[in-house]
Design a protein around this ligand. Sequence first.
Ligand code: ADP
Length: 276
Amino acid sequence: MSLKKTLTIAGSDTSAGAGMQADLKTFQELNTYGMVALTAVVTMDPETWGHDVTPLPIDLLDKQIKTALSIGPDAIKTGMLGSEEIIGRAAQAYKDSDADFFVVDPVMVCKGEDEVLNPGNTEAMIKELLPLATVVTPNLFEAGQLSGLGKLTSIDQMKEAARIIHERGAKHVIIKGGKALEGQEAVDLYFDGETYTLLTTEKFQSSYNHGAGCTFAAATTANLANGQSPREAVINAKVFVASAIKHGWKMNDFVGPVQHGASNKVEKIEVATKEV
Ligand code: ADP
């Protein structure tokens, strides 16, 4: 079969804009065979949209990983892992696999909640995941944590963070300025160890962007599996997610997910690149 296989090790977002649901939708849109090893289930209180995270037993995760690896993923992505133990399992899954690509989305907070899931996780990500990562996809906050630089507010600080994260073992780093970086544009910084490149689109309405981060990392994973270079993979992932954000929709009073299929079915947004 020529279809490439992609595996996400991630949580379930029952509202289905983010998490493994976003990953699977994206894997499908980008012509890969998507698989899941589930770490936790996130549910929302219909009255307040407060999040409840229920981890799955670790032996159940082990069984899922065993099954998925027997099918032979070409690329593996991580999403919400939630504990040091699970971070270790995700690293081991990649080592045990024959996959060529490992995309680490270093999820530290659950959207809607602003508490870091567990500070010990950051250390474990640095130690166990970064050295294996083909591409790591931190947002501004996560890049500040992974680099130890704290709050990042400028392109120069993003460059410094990308350099440190690369030094910690990730082969390719993309720091997503996204909506957190001030300005009219959504700017991400890509670093391959030599060259810094800015990836830019217009900044779209930002209320209906739930799942943007997962979707970006999943698109990067699928693009790598399909043979794109890391640079092409992140540029095209940004096309995919920017289109999905522009056509995001209001689900209820609390949340609006991206439209995962927008770049294939509605409109493809162009991404400008510039070396800095
Ligand atoms: P979030 O953390 O909000 O889920 P990320 O910061 O992970 O989103 O960004 C994912 C991708 O979406 C990045 O490429 C980022 O630049 C892009 N992005 C985020 N918000 C917007 C926006 N309002 N308009 C256009 N692109 C955006």
